[in-house]
Design a protein around this ligand. Structure first.
Ligand code: ADP
Ligand code: ZN
Length: 518
């Protein structure tokens, strides 16, 4: 038996490696750099923990989440591994104790915040130690394009210069190609072996619909599919959490509320019951789920729209970890979209950041509105190609009602093309409905053939069509050009009338017309 497998069994108590863990671990043990892309919950930690234990010296783990360091260190200590952390929460005395353990070579693991690792003092300290490896967790934080950008992460490239002989392993669950490329570039990992895991969760069945009587439909869904199963119901607000939990309890289910406004003790108690008792439903805000490892959660329901596909994927991914069939069910309404947009607009981030979060929300909406396979849309979003039809999502199982949107799609695509593929959805939509707009006139776009050609639809209708065009890959949003729409190869046959586009019938726009605020 290999040393790695032995440690997996004896220290961590697991019988076999998952996915490509074994390959990754062997690579790092051999002293080679690695770049690991694995969905959340996939088992990234062991990919650096085991090589660090096999190799001589201390494994230095860079993590941006100071709040989680303590937990990670505690978990390691529990299995008899010597671990410590260095971050701003330690007082001088505690810090010195960790440093002297480090000097004496008594640590297997050192968790450290990026800004601390990159300072001269720490670098000198580490140069006097034997180091087994460097692990850069949540490596997407190095990417300026991502939503978790941490400037300190960019300093980590000096590791390659200071410690050329120590293997480095970077790990992330953020998969889009742009981010991937940036991580490799920024962390100087061109020589690293790249390991990409599929994000597919074939046992999860996706069902998404817009809200009409969402509560009643939730109840019917639970009654029909999960009368005795454990599950999680996500809501956007604390108030909705409370009322929904109360309502489900009234129906005779054990339904417990969970959100950040409840006392810590109660939250812990709730969590413990969920893990221990059978058939408990947790009704929660997104505060629930981090670090929860319950294999037999049979359903995750959303009573509101997640803010992006990453969040949706992560939250639904808590269902069916045991590999048995599970449901991801969602019912969303226009009000969620408005609330989320407002929250994003009012957030403290830069304009750039706001633009990215808005685009991500658009992509989430596009997933809701697509008439094609949900799974293939989700995987496509993460840069992964897959079969056109999965056979295990609502759209594959019950193809939705559609209308022939070919002609309108041609107008939309040609408005994008004729205005130079340099503008976002709002601007192009304004051209289509023939809006009297200064910018359009300055650019001379009121002379375009398509100007005003789409008056028969509202702007909201056009937005919906654009989302579907994006979701189906006819248009691409160029983030480097401020969200400008661009045609893809796929657009050509549609423009030439060689292909037909079917759009979803009852989508958000129908509801949107009633509202003035969107
Ligand atoms: P990630 O960091 O990718 O989100 P973790 O490393 O936290 O995932 O692992 C998720 C869960 O899976 C943890 O409870 C971990 O102990 C468990 N796990 C990881 N690898 C294995 C394995 N080979 N066999 C069984 N369980 C595993
Ligand atoms: Zn499908």
């Amino acid at each position: 038996m290999s040393r790695a497998l032995e440690i997996l069994n004896s220290t961590f108590g697991y019988s076999e490696f998952r996915h490509n863990q074994a390959d990754i671990i062997d690579t790092v043990i051999a002293g080679q750099d690695a770049f690991v892309l694995m969905p959340t919950g996939g088992g990234k930690s062991l990919c650096y923990q085991i090589p660090a234990l096999v190799r001589d010296g201390v494994g230095v783990v860079v993590s941006p989440l100071i709040a989680l360091m303590q937990d990670q260190v505690d978990a390691l200590k529990q299995v008899g591994v010597k671990a410590a952390f260095l971050n701003s929460t330690l007082n001088a005395e505690a810090r010195q104790a960790v440093e002297s353990d480090l000097r004496r070579g008594e640590l297997d693991f050192l968790y450290i915040a990026p800004e601390r690792l990159a300072n001269d003092y720490t670098l000198q300290l580490l140069q006097r130690c034997t180091i087994s490896l460097f692990a850069v967790d949540e490596a997407h934080c190095v990417s300026q394009w991502g939503h978790d950008f941490r400037p300190e992460y960019q300093q980590l490239r000096i590791l390659a210069q200071y410690f050329p002989d120590i293997p480095r392993i970077a790990l992330t669950a953020t998969a889009d190609k742009r981010t991937r490329y940036e991580i490799i570039e920024q962390l100087d990992l061109q020589q690293a072996r790249v390991f990409v895991n599929s994000f597919d969760r074939p046992n999860i069945r996706y069902t998404l619909s817009d809200a009409q009587n969402s509560r009643d439909r939730l109840w019917r869904f639970i009654q029909e599919n999960h009368p005795r199963d454990a599950g999680i119901v996500y809501c956007l607000s604390r108030k909705k959490v409370e009322t929904t939990a109360h309502w489900l309890s009234g129906k005779g289910r054990t339904a417990l509320p969970y959100h950040a406004g409840l006392p810590a003790e109660l939250r812990q108690h709730t969590q413990a019951r969920f893990l221990r008792d059978e058939g408990v439903i947790i009704v929660a805000t997104i505060a629930f789920g981090m670090g929860i490892d319950k294999p037999d959660v049979r359903f995750v329901a959303h009573l509101s729209l997640p803010k992006n596909i990453e969040a949706y994927y992560q939250e639904t991914g808590r269902a069916g970890r045991d590999g048995n069939s599970a449901n991801a069910w969602m019912s969303y309404g226009l009000q969620d979209v408005i609330t989320l947009r407002q929250m994003m607009q009012e957030s403290s981030g830069s304009e750039e950041h706001k633009r990215i979060t808005q685009h991500k929300l658009e992509a989430m909406l596009a997933l809701c509105e697509t008439v094609s396979c949900r799974r293939s849309a989700i995987l496509g979003y993460f840069g992964e190609s897959s079969a056109d039809k999965c056979g295990n999502c609502d759209n594959c199982l019950n193809p939705p009602e559609t209308w022939d949107a070919t002609e309108d799609a041609q107008k939309a695509l040609s408005a994008v093309y004729r205005s130079g593929q340099s503008f976002g959805v709002t601007y192009v939509t304004d051209i289509l409905v023939g809006k009297d707009d200064e910018r359009i006139q300055k650019n001379g776009h009121h002379h375009l053939k398509v100007f005003g050609l789409g008056k028969h639809h509202t702007q909201v209708d056009w937005r919906s069509l654009f989302r579907q065009l994006i979701a189906q890959g006819f248009l691409h949003i160029n983030m480097e050009r401020y969200g400008a729409l661009q045609l893809t190869e796929k657009a050509r046959p549609l423009l030439k009338g060689q292909e037909q586009l079917l759009a979803r019938k009852l989508a958000i726009p129908k509801l949107a017309k009633k509202s003035s605020s969107s």
